[in-house]
Design a protein around this ligand. Structure first.
Ligand SMILES: [Zn+2]
Length: 169
């Protein structure tokens, strides 16, 4: 049996967001932004109409997830070096002596350890999977891969197995 895969990426599966990551065991980048571009691939068996998954639906799902990140400051909630505190409609972020305060609505607080392209790809994959399976499992789909291009020629990939992940929950 051949393997099949469909992949979508469009001009609108992008998000222009601010972030900074910690690196090298304790350093922290200055605040900056990227015009991120996302792509999503689904692997699986062909259905009765001979396709893996509807391109239009997959584009829409990916776009909705990207839109939630677009024009926002992306902040990690699980980084031991970065404190993120919500209060009074604001988000206060501390790294050592550095301190930022953002309006709450300008931020997306992500349950990840660092806003690397790899972990953003993993988070997006989780959100895409949740939407895919909102109306129940789709047994023909075996894997989902999300790509996050941080800048031209610099892309991280995260591939999750859909069968395994579905049975975990
Ligand atoms: Zn960056």
């Amino acid at each position: 049996m051949p393997d099949y895969r469909v992949r979508v990426t469009k001009d609108y599966t992008v998000f222009c967001s601010g972030h900074f990551i910690t690196y090298a065991g304790g350093k922290c980048e200055a605040l900056h932004g990227h015009n991120y571009r996302a792509a999503a691939s689904l692997e699986g068996a062909l259905n009765a109409d001979h396709y893996v998954f509807d391109f239009v639906t997959l584009k829409k799902i990916l776009r909705n997830v990207c839109d939630r990140l677009d024009h926002r400051m992306l902040l990690p909630l699980r980084n031991p070096l970065i404190d993120v505190l919500e209060a009074d409609g604001e988000v206060e972020v501390r790294f050592k002596t550095r301190r930022y305060v953002f309006p709450r609505e300008d931020c997306v607080l992500l349950p990840i350890a660092n806003t690397t392209a790899e972990l953003l790809a993993e988070w997006i994959a989780g959100e895409v999977r949740a939407t895919l399976f909102e109306k129940g499992p789709i047994p023909a789909l075996t894997a989902l891969e999300v790509e996050v291009e941080e800048t031209v020629g610099q892309t991280a990939f995260c591939r999750i197995m859909l069968e395994d992940r579905a049975s975990e929950e």
